[in-house]
Design a binder for this molecule. Sequence first.
Ligand SMILES: Nc1nc2c(ncn2[C@@H]2O[C@H](COP(=O)(O)OP(=O)(O)OP(=O)(O)O)[C@@H](O)[C@H]2O)c(=O)[nH]1
Ligand SMILES: [Mg+2]
Length: 216
Amino acid sequence: MKINVVKSVLAASDASAERNRSTMDAAGVLCINMLSAPGSGKTALLERTIPALEPERPCAVLVGDLQTTRDAERLGALGVQVTQINTGQGCHLSPKQVAEGLKTLQLDRIDCLFIENVGNMVCPAVFDLGEHRRVVLLSVPEGDDKVGKYPVLFQKADAVVLNKIDLVGVLDYDVGRVQDDLSRINTRAVFIELSAKTGQGLEGWLEWLAAQRPGG
Ligand SMILES: Nc1nc2c(ncn2[C@@H]2O[C@H](COP(=O)(O)OP(=O)(O)OP(=O)(O)O)[C@@H](O)[C@H]2O)c(=O)[nH]1
Ligand SMILES: [Mg+2]
């Protein structure tokens, strides 16, 4: 009897992610995949983070958006290596796109690679890109119900960053509700509150980053 097996798209994708991880391990690069809804402040947080890490920990960024090089222009202004990946209609970055992106970077010149994923709370969650750490951003204007509504995004997070805390009072945001929902989904993730705009809480984020090493 002949049995046809269709191999999982995700299995092929995971193999590609492992190759990316090996490439970065060999270069001693820590890779952080940043995921969130559009506009949560991924680029704004990187604009704060990269100058705080450089030059001791040289950085690069792969940034995914459907169209435009706007984020690459913002991040390139920091003087670091940046490659924009335009996904066209794609709602997430794939490990193959990241592999192509890696070829454009001089990995031997960096310690830390940030991947800014396409803003989307659903699809990016299921794709391992070969990162060492996964950071999920939330932001106050999105509302305090999102962890409960989009649990898959948070399940594999190593850190959950609540951004735009400068707006907590204005928008009656219940941080306790978010932490409550998170405690039911992921007890491992560190929860960091900050404002990429004012810089409030940034030190907690930088301390967490400083403690991360590839493979560690
Ligand atoms: N009030 C406030 N606004 C912020 C903060 N962080 C970012 N913003 C604003 O939020 C908007 C979106 O920020 P981005 O950094 O572009 O968000 P993003 O997650 O990179 O967006 P995409 O790449 O489109 O998914 C910008 O207008 C920022 O100025 C913050 O801490 N407080
Ligand atoms: Mg962005």
